[in-house]
Design a protein around this ligand. Structure first.
Ligand code: ZN
Length: 451
């Protein structure tokens, strides 16, 4: 069921991090005296690129610490560059196949007063028979914003590599039993450089394994007691303190709005009024989406926002505002994965999780869905209508706002669904031009469900 997976090395990444580490080494000593907040306000950025040749979706976190942010941005840029190179080489070698894809998502594994820990999961399709998978875990020291490497964490005289390997094996033996433990898959997973993938958490240290089979757990936990001896004093006590003072800041939404504005009843249509539905994909965005709302208000236009579930979870108040203004919210999957690569169960989860978060935040369950990259795989949620787009402006990502707007205005006709993207700041200008021109031509702007 699970496709065979190849884990690719990340030597380049390590080199790069090492470089930025050296480059930054001299500039952060002044930040040590300011007390770090217990928990960062973490926001989420999404970098989504759609060309014929390739698709990129990268989600990554940003924090109030600039040094951490820069390290993460360096990593994102490095992965993008590596992907483009692989993709180009593959096309040179094998000719052009289906469009290639890079998908990176993240989870914040831990944050407390001392550490901020994030894990990235990468998958890359460059036309090879198997997807390339990798993961990168970054443990940041909040005092100075620097990455903590394993050899800084552990006492030099304790031969920590062997000791950790020993502890990891013991734990695995307990968890999987002898049969799995001696399987070739597990031996394979243990051979690779899994000790790079360790995360500091309140439980102790989590060791992420390079998974090649479902029998093998994603990770094992080495409890504080078992690793205390190996850790340098400063880290052992910091980790202990985090465990004790932990006050988990929940990112989920505590109180969904009790009342939500009823969707405005549409001014009843005289049948001769021309209508279009303007739609926005990939949001919500904390800055661009509110600007879009303002422009829509000026033209008394209603629109539909196809939102990424994970972004709704990060920016619930933006999604709430969209709903309160009487616009429609649609489902654009949880993390903008290319659905044709997923199993039916995974597709189902992408859609359901997004339905749930949107309903939790806005009180309304979406009735429409748009699938990323214009794909149309079958989905099991029969109550959801899949909405393609009619007008998207060819190669929109390379175009100036005025040029793109002009293309859309020329192309639009009665009953069309127009596609824009609310991650791009330039969308606000495009929207203004489109609304201005089409309202002069007598168009009304409605949600897709009203169309
Ligand atoms: Zn999209």
């Amino acid at each position: 069921m699970r496709r065979p997976i190849i884990y690719i090395g990340i030597v380049g990444l390590i080199l790069l991090t090492a470089c930025s580490f050296i480059a930054n080494a001299d500039e952060s000593s002044d930040s040590t005296n300011s007390a770090a907040p217990l928990s960062y306000e973490v926001t989420m950025e999404s970098d989504i690129v759609e060309f014929d040749e390739y698709h990129i979706t990268i989600h990554y976190p940003q924090t109030p610490n600039n040094q951490i942010n820069q390290t993460i941005i360096d990593y994102v840029n490095q992965r993008k560059a590596a992907f483009k190179k692989e993709s180009y080489q593959s096309i040179q070698k094998h000719g052009k196949t289906k469009s290639h894809e890079l998908h990176i998502d993240f989870e914040v594994l831990h944050q407390g007063s001392s550490f901020f820990v994030v894990r990235f999961e990468e998958s890359m399709d460059v036309g090879l028979p198997t997807l390339l998978h990798a993961q990168t875990i970054m443990n940041f020291d909040k005092k100075n914003g620097k990455r903590i490497e394993p050899d800084q964490l552990f006492k030099e005289d304790r031969n920590y590599v062997d000791q950790l390997a020993e502890l990891t094996k013991e734990e695995l033996m307990k968890e999987t039993g002898a049969e799995v433990f001696h399987s070739s898959e597990l031996q394979e997973a243990l051979k690779s450089s899994y000790l790079e993938n360790i995360a500091l958490t309140t439980k102790g240290i989590e060791v992420y394994l390079n998974q090649s089979s479902e029998k093998i757990p994603d990770k094992i936990v080495l409890g504080q007691r078992s690793i205390n001896d190996l850790l340098k004093e400063e880290f052992a006590s910091a980790l202990k303190a985090e465990g004790e003072s932990r006050r988990e800041k929940k990112t989920s939404i505590e109180d969904p709005p009790s009342s939500k504005s009823e969707k405005e009843t549409v001014v009843k249509s005289q049948s001769d009024v021309k209508k279009v539905a303007i739609t926005f994909d990939d949001g919500p965005h904390p800055k661009v989406t509110p600007e879009i709302l303002q422009v829509l208000d000026e033209y008394k236009a209603k629109a539909t926002f196809f939102m990424i579930g994970k972004r709704v979870n990060y920016f619930p108040e933006v999604a709430q505002r969209v709903a309160e203004k009487g616009h429609e919210i649609g489902n654009h999957t949880w993390d903008h994965s290319r659905l044709t690569r997923l199993t039916p169960e995974e597709v189902d989860e992408q859609i359901s999780k997004t339905q749930e978060i949107i309903e939790e935040v806005t009180g309304v369950q979406p009735e429409v869905v748009r699938l990323p990259f214009g794909e149309q795989p079958p989905i099991s949620q029969k109550n959801l209508q899949v909405i393609p787009s009619d007008v998207s402006g060819e190669n929109w990502q390379g175009k100036e706002a005025v040029e793109l707007a002009q293309d859309m205005i020329n192309e639009a006709k009665d009953g069309d669904v127009i596609l824009l993207h609310d991650l791009q700041g330039s969308t606000v200008e495009v929207l203004e031009l489109v609304l201005d021109a089409l309202s002069r031509q007598g168009y009304q702007f409605v949600t897709v469900s009203e169309l």
